[in-house]
Design a protein around this ligand. Structure first.
Ligand code: PMP
Length: 381
């Protein structure tokens, strides 16, 4: 290909990222590599569960490889409808609407429930998909410090807009700690707002049998709490869902652009998610086990006591965190490495994700590697 001078500015941008140790490497997984994985979001080990894999295969045989169209045209199969009913039933919501990803679910619902002339108050710890949704919404957006309920109340109380939406993750994705949902909901009740909670890291991990933090806190029965989740983490499949009332769901079907203009979720993902949900219902102990493993990893690494599958080991600068993650990889342990802009400057970290299917032997090996690598990586106090 002939390089185009029009794109030469990319070289300077790449050099800048390199100097700041922010270049990324796309490293493919290879099958059967015998690595212990503490980086994936397959928290419950369902992604490779035989019944889940079979669910994907059976749905593909039945419907084909792709959804063939948008949900409103040909992209809704009876399996999509069954999955929606099962997700609603499992989480205790009247209704569910499946999207092609958690990202598109967030974009769709935030834009559909806000818009010009409304206010969105966004928690500072919200996932990038919620941040992007706010930008797309054309609403006035106020971003508050992560978990700052008083700031949310001030923003809601001082608004001139009639409609207001507060958006937050339930389990913060980078640190794994919990948003103050009960207090946020009280603020929303007090000031006539809707609370949108992204349960991407809460579903399958928090709540009885993995029903999520919103269920655990008894917030499901409030119509002004709308929940989103991804099917790609604890459920080991792919896709996203909005869990809500019938009338909010109907509004999304008619107006959510990422629902209307996006090809429906692939049948394989639908089949896999249905099977994963069935396994989780039958084996609710998987949700407890993942927290146990997380606690063990935190104890060994000196991380704060975890509230979810995510254990965040803060190392400070991006170079040190990257070097530590590489050393772990050389020793057969895959860990996540989060650097700016995913996390604030100076808080680069190893991000470990606990897995319910980790054997005691693998957990012990992983802890051995982490102890050694962290002893070399931490700056002495
Ligand atoms: N919300 C949160 C909190 C997430 O962590 C993620 C995935 N990284 C998403 C939404 C997006 O979900 P999906 O990967 O299904 O698009």
């Amino acid at each position: 290909m002939t390089p185009s001078p029009t794109l030469d500015w990319l070289d300077a941008a790449a050099a800048d990222r390199k100097a700041r140790h922010l270049s990324r490497v796309l490293r493919p997984r290879t099958a059967g590599e015998g690595v212990i994985d503490l980086a994936s979001n397959d928290y419950l080990g369902l992604g490779t569960h035989p019944e889940v894999v079979e669910g994907a295969i059976a749905a593909t045989r039945r419907w084909g490889a792709g959804a063939t169209g948008s949900r409103l045209v040909t992209g809704t199969t009876t399996d999509h409808q069954a999955l929606q009913a099962e997700l609603a039933d499992f989480t205790g919501h009247p209704s569910a609407l499946v999207f092609s990803s958690g990202y598109t679910a967030n974009l769709g619902v935030v834009v559909a429930l806000s818009g010009r002339g409304s206010l969105i108050v966004s928690d500072g710890g919200s996932h990038a998909s919620l941040v992007d949704a706010c930008r797309l919404s054309r609403a006035r957006v106020v971003v508050v410090e992560r978990g700052d309920v008083a700031a949310v109340e001030r923003a809601l109380a001082g608004r001139s807009e009639e409609r207001a939406l507060v958006v937050t993750d339930s389990v913060y994705s980078a640190d794994g700690d919990l948003a103050p949902l009960t207090a946020l909901h009280a603020a929303c009740e007090g000031y006539g707002a809707v609370l949108l909670v992204d349960e991407a890291h809460g579903l399958g991990v928090r709540g009885a049998g993995g029903r999520g933090l919103v269920d655990e806190l008894g917030l499901t029965r409030h119509e002004n709490v709308v929940v989103t989740a991804t099917l790609s983490k604890a459920l080991g499949a792919q896709g996203g869902v909005v869990l809500t009332s019938e009338r909010v769901r109907d509004h999304l079907v008619d107006t959510a652009r990422t629902f209307i203009f996006d090809t429906g979720l692939a049948p394989a993902s639908v089949g896999a998610a249905r099977a994963a949900l069935a396994v989780l219902r039958r084996e609710p102990q998987r949700a407890d086990r993942v927290l146990e493993v997380a606690e063990h990893l935190a104890a060994v690494t000196g991380a704060d006591r975890p509230s979810s599958a995510v254990v965040s080991v803060i190392l400070g600068d991006a170079e040190r965190a990257y070097a530590a993650s590489q050393r772990c990889a050389e020793l057969g342990l895959r860990v996540g490495c989060f650097r700016p802009p995913s996390v604030p400057e100076g808080t680069a970290r190893l991000r470990l994700t606990a897995r319910a299917d980790l054997s005691d032997a693998d957990l012990s090996d992983a802890c051995g590697v982490l102890t050694g690598v962290l002893a070399d990586s931490r700056v002495p106090a």
